[in-house]
Every structure is written in C-alpha cells, then in structure tokens.
Ligand binder design. Structure first.
Ligand code: HEM
Length: 396
C-alpha cells in the first residue's frame, strides 16, 4: 500500500516497534515513556501502518478475544511466507485439539523430572565461567542453558550442542538479513525433519517420540504438523528464556538489596523470578483484526494489524501498585509475560523452573556481581525483545 492509499486512522502516534532508537537503547524504558506519552490505543504509519495497544486493559482485551484479534497472521508487517507455527498461529476452534494434545508434555509433573538435568547443565555452564571473574552473560550463559534444555527435552543428540547453539545464536541475531534467517530456518527445519524421521523409524522415551505417537481429534499428526510444532518449540523455548535471564540479571546487577535477599534466603527466588518477569516482560504480540471493533475509543477495522506489548499488563497501576518498583513483598505478581487467554505460554512451568534453578545456583556459587559497561549493551526490538550483551563481573 502506498502512503496516499494508507487508510485514515486516529489517534496517530509515530512509533517503530522494531527500530525506534530509544527502544534499541533500552526497550523497557522506551515502552514506559510511551505509556506515559501516547494514547491508550494509537495508530502508527511504521511498517505499512498498524495499531499499538498502550494500556494494560487494551492488551488484555486483545489477548482475550481471538474471535476479533486473530493469530493467523503473527507478524507486522504481515509475512505471507512465515512458516506456520502450531498451535500459536491457530484460532478457535482449530487451536483447541492441538493445545490439548501438547498440554500433558508441559504440565508441571511432566517438567519436574527434568530439574536434575537442568541443575547439572547450569552447574556446568557456571563452572566454566566462574574462575574468569567476568563474562558476557548473554553469550556465555543465558543463550546456552535453554539450548541444552531444549535439545535434551526434544531428544537431539547432545554431541551436536555447539553446532546447534551456533545455529540458534545466528538465527536470533538482530543483524541477520531476511535471506540469512530464511536460510537458517531451512537448516533448522532440516535438523527437525531428520530427528522426526529417526524417531518415527525407532521411537525412544523422549518428547518427540511421544508427540509422534499422540492423537489430535482421533488421528495421528501428519509430518507437516509435526514440523510446525517442532519449529514453534524452537522459536518459543530458546530465545525467550535467554531474554528473561538477561533482563533479570541486568536488574539484579543494580539492586544490591535484592541480591542480598536471594543470597540470604533462597526461598525468595520463585517470587523474585515472577517479579522480574512482571517488571521486564519482553514480548509484544502481533494480532490480525478480523472484525471491525472499538478499543479504548479507537475505531479498528478488519484487515488492520495490532501490536499488544505484554509488559503493559504488569505495569498497570490498578493491578500492581507502584509498578516501576521491583519488590518481592507483593501479595500478587499480576502480569502477562507469558501471555493471557487461549495462547498462554505452554512452556511456562519449564521456563520458571529453568530460571529458578539458574538463580539458585548463581547466588549459591557466585553471589554478588556488577555490570561493566562496554558500550555494546543495546537491545533488540521487535515482537520478542532482547538484550544483545550484558557484561557482568564478580570476585572470582
Ligand atoms: C521466560 C520464557 C518464556 C516466555 C516469556 C514465553 C512467553 C510466551 C508468550 C507471551 C506466549 C503467547 C504468545 C501469543 O499470545 O501470541 C507464548 C506461547 C507459547 N510458548 Fe512460551 N514463553 C517462554 C518460554 C517457553 C518455553 C520454554 C516453551 C517450550 C519449550 C514455550 C512454548 C510456548 C508455546 C508452545 C506457545 C504457544 C501456545 C499456544 O499458542 O497455545 N515457551 N510464550
């Protein structure tokens, strides 16, 4: 659509959710300023024109009404070549049977047996950096642990860890071109196909074998569905845990009192994890509008796209008093870091367990730490925001 054809929408507030310079400098500070400065729902001309929710209430309404705000186009601008991801890109009623099929694999009782291995991986990763007294936390720890957990969970051979981690880091690199990312996606899909074929021929006691043997509405998933599910797990489970850890550790580097609490009383760590997720949620979920509707006074049209930045729910004063402050004394941690409604994160028990295990081991073995600025601490914008580097130092 050319500029002259762009439909009139109001209110307008210009904001580029991928490349806004303030966002790249500090994603959370920029979204916080936006919340204070712009209307609760606004239109921007960026990326072909789209709506942005700018209040917790607007985000919640979008997530809770899939009949109006569809997930079938999950990118802004719409990308017709985006590989389909099941179940995230399905609306009701198609979404439900896939979700039901996958749910048992992610319930807390299915995840609990992994804790021992997650502990071993964390010990090993931290063991490799402790003596140096400093590291780029994103490269050395945060981007490694979720890859190991994902490979183990899915049943990828662990002797390919370095190769696999290299692929993951390049795929999520903000500077990768679209062509490069498509090429990497094909390589990843190739690995997934190889794994699915191997387990179809010879099932094992791993998640992939169990998904292959499961049923959706009384039939087995076909190969394309398996690939869609596998690709979504890859996208959903790797970068997200990395970012939660990185944003959380950046906060802790500047919060000596909370670090001391975690060192003195590790029982506070689950609350700390929840509060850090609330304060530093990092997903901005895109949706495609399929019915004309009104949202916080704005007139939305079928065919428009809307961005729902999830941090805004946890920053809603009405849900969490004094939302800017990180406090483990709250009675409730009300947030939408894992989404809300039918697409609420399936991996949330796994993600929480990885984060809790990580912080316990970090505070037991390393304790206090500080951030060293090296000038490359920029953020990545987009629908999953990330910290590119985080240099931490401690007394080895
Ligand atoms: C801190 C880490 C994580 C965060 C913050 C997170 C966040 C989210 C969010 C916000 C959604 C909803 C997106 C939407 O509504 O469009 C989602 C969906 C999903 N997540 Fe996570 N996620 C995390 C970790 C994981 C992990 C470890 C896995 C599994 C390996 C996972 C698997 C999924 C799946 C399968 C969905 C789609 C659910 C559906 O559409 O029904 N996530 N996640």
């Amino acid at each position: 659509m050319t500029e002259s054809q762009t439909p009139a929408r109001s209110p307008v507030h210009e904001f580029d959710y991928i490349a806004d310079p303030g966002l790249l400098a500090d994603a959370h500070a920029r979204y916080w300023d936006l919340k204070e400065a712009a209307p609760p729902v606004f239109w921007t001309s960026a990326h072909g024109g789209h709506w942005v929710c700018n209040s917790g209430a607007a985000v919640t309404r979008v997530l809770r009404h899939p009949e109006i705000f569809s997930s079938r186009i999950l990118s802004i601008p719409p990308n017709p070549n985006q590989p389909k991801m099941i179940p995230e890109m399905l609306d009701p009623p198609e979404h439900r049977p896939y979700r039901q099929m996958l749910r048992p694999f992610f319930e807390s009782k299915a995840i609990a047996p992994l804790e021992g291995r997650v502990t071993e991986w964390t010990e090993e990763l931290l063991g490799a950096v402790i003596a140096a007294g400093e590291c780029d936390f994103v490269a050395s720890v945060a981007s490694r642990l979720p890859v190991a957990v994902f490979m183990e969970l899915f049943g990828f051979p662990m002797d390919r860890f370095d190769e696999f981690r290299g692929l993951v880091v390049s795929f999520f690199n903000a500077r990768a071109s679209a062509d490069e990312r498509n090429r990497l996606a094909q390589t990843i899909l190739g690995h997934l196909a190889e794994l699915f074929q191997a387990r179809m021929a010879e099932p094992r006691d791993d998640m992939v074998s169990k998904i292959i043997a499961s049923e959706i509405d009384g039939r087995k998933p076909d190969f394309d569905e398996l690939m869609s599910i596998g690709f979504l797990m890859f996208l959903a489970g790797l970068d997200t845990v990395t970012n939660a850890m990185s944003f959380g550790m950046r906060h802790l580097a500047h919060d000596a009192a909370l670090r001391q609490r975690a060192i003195d009383d590790p029982a506070v760590i689950p609350d700390m994890v929840e509060e850090l997720l609330r304060r530093y949620a990092f997903v901005a979920a895109p949706r495609y509008i399929v019915q004309d509707t009104e949202l916080e006074g704005a007139q939305l049209k079928a065919g428009d796209c809307i961005l729902a930045p999830l941090p805004l729910v946890g920053w809603d004063e009405g849900l969490n008093p004094d939302p800017a402050t990180v406090s483990v004394e709250r009675q409730f941690y009300r947030h939408a870091a894992f989404g809300s409604g039918i697409h609420t994160c399936l991996g949330l028990h796994l993600a929480r367990m990885e984060l809790i295990v990580f912080y316990r081991i970090w505070f037991a073995r390393i304790g206090h730490f500080r951030q060293i600025e090296k000038g490359d601490e920029s953020c990545r914008g987009g629908s999953v925001m990330a910290l590119e580097h985080l240099h931490l130092a401690w007394n080895a």
